[in-house]
Ligand binder design. Structure first.
Ligand SMILES: NC(=O)C1=CN([C@@H]2O[C@H](COP(=O)(O)OP(=O)(O)OC[C@H]3O[C@@H](n4cnc5c(N)ncnc54)[C@H](OP(=O)(O)O)[C@@H]3O)[C@@H](O)[C@H]2O)[C@@H](O)CC1
Ligand SMILES: Nc1ncnc2c1ncn2[C@@H]1O[C@H](COP(=O)(O)OP(=O)(O)O)[C@@H](O)[C@H]1O
Ligand SMILES: [K+]
Length: 519
C-alpha cells in the first residue's frame, strides 16, 4: 500500500526536511524541475533528440518556481522557450524568486499570461508546461486564468500531434486533495508529481485532466510509520497478499451464505455466490425463498442451496456457527432484504458475523434507523453513488458542493465520515473506489490510467464484487482487507478478460488472475 499525501502533508514533509538542514527549498525546486524535464524526455524521446520550442506558464507560487527551473533547463538544452507569468513578481515566494532571477539572468524574457494566445502564434510548439498552480491552489480559478488555459486547450486542438502538455505536480485548477475541478481547463498528457502521488490524481475529475501520472523522487524522507494516525493516511490499494490456501479442510476456508431474492430475481445472488466460491470460500450456500427454489436449483452445481422461509428460518440457519460470512442485498428486493436484516439484529440469539450489505439491503438500511443502528464493525457496505446518497444524504450533498476556499471535501473525507457514522467498513464504488473503516483508515482503489477497466460498467458486476468480499470474509480476511483485495481482483479480472466482459465472466476470469499473481 503506498500513501497518497495531501497538499498540507507534503508541505509538512518539505518544511521538516528543510528545517532539519538536510536539504534547502532551492535544492528541492531544482530537483523537481529537473525531474519534470527528465520525465518529459522519457515520455517523448523525440523531444530529447533535438531542440524544439516550448511555452511555459508560470504561476505566483512555488509551482511557478518549478516552471522557471524547467524553462531554464530546456533553454540550456538548446530549446527556444517562451514564458508567461500570472501574478505579481514582487510577491513570488523566495525560492521561486531566485529561479525567476536566474531565468532573467540567463537572457530569458517574461510576458503576462494574458498574452499567451498571441504568443502561441502559428509556429510549432512542441511542449506546453503548466506550472500555474499545484498543491497551493486555495480557491476556484477565475477567468483571468481560466481564459488563457482555455485558449491553450483550443489552440492545441487545432494541431494534430504537438504540442505535448505536461502539468507540474497537478493540472492547474485541480484540487490536490479531492480531484475536484476548481476551474481546470487544460487536460494534460502527462502530470509529473513529486515524492508521492496525491489523492487528487485518482479521485473525482483528476484522471480526466492528468493524462498519465509520473512520480519523481526529489530526495524527501519517507514519513516514519509510527508518526501516522490511521485517519491521517490515505493509501492506494495495490495487489493483495494472503490469498494462498494452505491445505486443511474446506471448513477451514469458511462457509459463506448469500441470500437470494425471489423467483425471477435470483441472478444477482447467484453471481455473488459464484464470486464467493471462486475467491476461495470453502463452501457457499444460497439462501433462497421458496418461490425461487426450483429456479435456483436448476442453475447451480458447486454452490449449495438452503430454503429460507422467513426471518425465523434465517435465524435458525445461523445457529450453525460454521457459516461465518453473509451477503445480503443483490436482487433481494427491499422488503425481503429488510425482513432478513431484521433477523440479524441480535434477536433470536443470532451471533453477529462478517456481513456484506449491498444493493437492496442498503436501501432497506436507509429506510430503517433501527436496522442502521444494528450495523457492527464486521459489516461491509458497498454502495454505488446513488445508494451512498440514500444512506448518507448530508455527506453526499457536501461532496457535491463546489469548494469556495481551501482544499475541497473529497471522496476520501466523505467515505471516512460515512464509515464512522455506520460503525463499519464502507466501500464507495466507481472507477475511483474509496474504502474506509470506522477508525478513519482509508484507501483508494483506482481503476484508471494503466488499470482502466471501463468494461466493469456492466449489469451485475457490483454483485460479483459483493461476492468476492463475502468469500474473503469467509476465508478470515478482516473487513477492510477483504474489501481492498476484492476491489483489486475485481478490476484485474476485467482487465485480464478485456473487451466484451459481462458480469458472469468476472468470477470465471479469477483463476487466471490468481495464477498471474503466482497463487
Ligand atoms: N511541497 C514540496 O515538497 C515541494 C513543492 N514544490 C512545488 O511547490 C508547489 C506548491 O507551492 P505553493 O505552496 O507555493 O503553491 P502553488 O500551487 O504554487 O500556489 C500558491 C499560490 O497561488 C495562489 N493561489 C492559490 N489559489 C489561487 C487561485 N484560485 N487564484 C489565484 N491565485 C491562487 C496563492 O495565493 P494566495 O492563496 O496566498 O492568495 C499563492 O500565491 C507544488 O505544487 C510543487 O510544484 C516543489 O518545488 C518541490 C517540493
Ligand atoms: N468505468 C468504470 N471503471 C472501473 N470500474 C467501474 C466502472 N464502472 C463501474 N465500475 C465498477 O463496477 C461495479 C459496478 O457496480 P454497481 O454499480 O453496483 O453495478 P450493478 O448493480 O449493476 O452490479 C463497481 O465495482 C464499480 O466500481
Ligand atoms: K500545475
Amino acid at each position: 500500500m503506498t500513501e497518497l499525501l495531501t497538499g498540507a502533508q507534503m508541505r509538512a514533509i518539505e518544511m521538516a526536511a528543510i528545517e532539519s538542514g538536510e536539504v534547502t527549498g532551492l535544492d528541492l525546486m531544482e530537483r523537481a524541475g529537473r525531474g519534470v524535464v527528465e520525465a518529459v524526455f522519457e515520455e517523448w524521446p523525440a523531444l530529447a533528440a533535438t531542440s524544439h520550442r516550448a511555452v511555459v506558464l508560470c504561476g505566483p507560487g512555488n509551482n511557478g518556481g518549478d516552471g522557471f527551473v524547467v524553462a531554464r533547463l530546456l533553454r540550456e538544452w538548446g530549446w527556444e522557450v517562451e514564458l508567461f507569468l500570472f501574478g505579481d513578481v514582487e510577491r513570488l515566494p523566495p525560492d521561486a524568486r531566485v529561479n525567476y532571477e536566474r531565468w532573467l539572468t540567463g537572457g530569458g524574457t517574461i510576458c503576462p499570461l494574458d498574452d499567451v494566445c498571441g504568443g502561441l502564434g502559428t509556429r510549432t510548439v512542441a511542449l506546453v508546461v503548466d506550472a500555474l498552480f499545484g498543491t497551493g491552489l486555495s480557491r476556484p480559478l477565475n477567468w483571468e486564468v481560466e481564459q488563457p488555459l482555455s485558449d491553450v486547450e483550443c489552440w492545441k486542438h487545432r494541431h494534430e500531434k504537438w504540442p505535448a502538455t505536461v502539468a507540474i505536480d497537478l493540472p492547474s485548477g485541480l484540487c490536490a486533495d479531492s480531484g475536484q475541478d476548481l476551474g481546470a481547463r487544460l487536460p494534460c498528457d502527462l502530470t509529473v508529481t513529486f515524492h508521492t502521488a496525491k489523492p487528487g490524481h485518482f479521485l473525482g475529475e483528476g484522471p480526466q485532466y492528468c493524462g498519465a501520472v509520473r512520480i519523481v523522487d526529489i530526495g524527501l524522507p519517507e514519513r516514519p510509520t509510527g508518526s501516522r494516525r490511521p485517519d491521517d493516511v490515505v493509501g492506494r490499494v495495490g495487489s493483495p497478499l494472503g490469498l494462498f490456501k494452505n491445505g486443511a479442510h474446506k471448513f477451514a476456508h469458511g462457509h459463506a451464505l448469500v441470500l437470494s431474492g425471489g423467483s425471477g430475481t435470483t441472478g444477482a445472488a447467484r453471481l455473488a455466490a459464484r464470486g464467493a466460491l471462486r475467491i476461495g470460500a470453502g463452501l457457499v450456500t444460497l439462501g433462497v425463498p421458496p418461490s425461487a427454489q426450483m429456479e435456483v436449483a436448476s442453475q447451480i452445481t458447486a454452490v449449495m442451496l438452503k430454503r429460507v422461509l422467513d426471518a425465523a428460518a434465517l435465524a435458525d440457519i445461523l445457529q450453525d456457527a460454521r457459516i461465518n460470512a453473509l451477503c445480503l442485498g443483490p436482487g433481494m428486493g427491499v422488503a425481503w432484504a429488510s425482513d432478513m436484516l431484521g433477523a440479524l439484529r441480535g434477536e433470536g440469539d443470532v451471533e453477529p458475523r462478517p456481513t456484506v450489505l449491498d444493493a437492496d439491503a442498503l436501501t432497506a438500511l436507509a429506510e430503517d434507523e433501527a436496522l442502521f443502528a444494528a450495523l457492527h464493525p464486521a459489516c461491509v457496505l458497498t454502495p454505488h453513488q446513488g445508494e451512498f446518497a440514500r444512506l448518507f444524504p448530508d455527506i453526499a450533498k457536501r461532496l457535491r458542493e463546489e469548494s469556495k476556499s481551501g482544499p475541497a471535501y473529497s471522496k476520501a473525507d466523505a467515505v471516512r465520515a460515512a464509515a464512522a457514522r455506520a460503525g463499519c467498513v464502507v466501500l464507495l464504488k466507481g472507477p475511483d473506489t474509496v474504502i474506509s473503516d470506522p477508525k478513519g483508515r482509508c484507501s483508494v482503489h483506482s481503476a484508471q490510467y494503466d488499470r482502466a477497466a471501463p468494461w466493469l460498467a456492466t449489469a451485475g458486476s457490483g454483485d460479483v464484487l459483493a461476492g468476492f468480499i463475502t468469500g474473503l470474509l469467509a476465508r478470515g480476511f478482516a473487513p477492510m482487507q477483504a474489501a481492498e483485495a476484492a476491489a483489486w481482483l475485481h478490476t484485474e479480472c476485467a482487465r485480464s478478460f478485456g473487451a466484451g466482459l459481462i458480469a458472469e465472466d468476472i468470477p470465471e476470469e479469477l483463476p487466471r488472475v490468481l495464477r498471474a499473481l503466482g497463487i
